[in-house]
Write a protein that binds this ligand. Structure first.
Ligand SMILES: [Zn+2]
Length: 133
């Protein structure tokens, strides 16, 4: 069904720019708006993709870390039984509370424990201060 404004687009109030009727300019603005919408949705898609990638990497890192989990003890800081003790290598030990976030690394358990006690005083949180394993 033919619309009156299809034949006389310059009379369509939707094509109004300011107080003048300017079909081409209105068309131009519409196209600009559409391409800007496309760019925005592309950015959102990219952000979602990189966010998903980061989440996947974090999940994989958590799973990988669990392979080195030696045992879980009570945390001397928050008293929750969420103090993970990792034996990553023969000379890399790590205490890491999943609840309050304190942590300490050392070449043996005693040293890692001391480092963690120091972290309590310093207020370190492994979730905020990401360090290489
Ligand atoms: Zn804790």
């Amino acid at each position: 069904m033919s619309n009156y404004f299809d034949d006389f687009p310059e009379e369509n109030p939707k094509n109004g720019v300011g107080k003048q009727f300017n079909f081409e300019l209105a068309q131009y603005f519409r196209e600009q708006q559409e391409s800007s919408d496309e760019a925005t949705s592309e950015i959102i898609t990219l952000e979602e993709a990189s966010k998903a990638l980061i989440e996947q990497e974090e999940r994989e890192q958590r799973e990988l870390k669990l392979e080195f989990l030696s045992r879980i003890e009570e945390c001397p800081h928050c008293n929750e039984t969420e103090l993970n003790i990792y034996h990553f290598t023969r000379e890399l030990f790590r205490y890491e509370c999943q609840c309050c976030g304190i942590y300490g690394n050392g070449i043996n358990e005693a040293e890692a424990y001391q480092a963690m006690l120091l972290a309590i005083e310093e207020g370190f949180d492994w979730r905020k201060h990401q360090v290489a394993l």
